[in-house]
Every structure is written in structure tokens, then in C-alpha cells.
Design a protein around this ligand. Sequence first.
Ligand code: MG
Length: 158
Amino acid sequence: MRIGSGIDFHQLVEGRELWLGGVLIPYHKGGLGHSDADVLLHAICDALLGALALGDIGVHFPDTDDAYKNIDSKILLKRTVDLIKEKGYGIINIDSSLCLEAPKIKPHVPAMQQTIAEIAGITINDISIKATTTEKMGFVGRGEGMVAYATVLLKSLG
Ligand code: MG
């Protein structure tokens, strides 16, 4: 078995859509980034890559490459999952945390779990998505940005 962890940050700005866990969340701000800035899916991709010491999301999907401009991060997650499978591993479970001051995340968690489950080929019971604020402290507390953390466990299928 192999364990991996990932972390990602994005600014929250006016005039962008807010994509989290592959789901479009109604809000007046969204993530600033080269892709759709889905901070949660990016942290999960990094955790998957990290588990097999395959570098990070920036190595596989460089933000200098126009091919990834405004790309749907579900595509990045699918490609990462395919790479993990090619290496002979399957996902046991994913645990994650989202840190942002607003909007409320809990109502959207089932849709995120379903979206990730379909891409990762595991059940929603194997995908944990937790959410917290930072009690108004720091850049997250001021609503300037968001952070996601993810941990994954992989098993060798060989
Ligand atoms: Mg990112």
C-alpha cells in the first residue's frame, strides 16, 4: 500500500466560476487560476501523484501550457487516475478538507462525492470531504482565497 498527501491554494476573485470537487457552486466569486482552479480536485491529484512519487500536478499539467487553460479539472483527475491504474495501483480511499470562509460547502458535498467517485472508480463511502473556516483569520478568513488538503491510500493491484 502507498499513502499520499496533497495541498492546493487558489485566490477567490470576482468574475470567475467557483468549481469545487468537480461541482459548480453558486457564488459571486470563483477561483483564480490557469485551469478552472478547482482547489479540491487539484489537492486530490497531488495526493494521488504523491503516493507513487510521480511528481506533482504542475509537472504533469503545466500552467504554462495553453492546452490546460480553463481546463475542467475533472479531466486532470481522470488522467491522474488513469496514470495510477497504469502503474498498477487502485484507490482505497480519499480523505480531504476544504478551508474557506464562504460559501457553505456542506450542501454540495454529496454531489462532489458522487462526481469524484465516478471518476476515481470508488464508492462515495470511500470519499470524505470535510469543510472548515479559519474563524475569520488570515487570507482564508478574509475571503481572499481557499485551501484544500487531501490524503489518499492506494493498493497495489499486482
Ligand atoms: Mg491548483
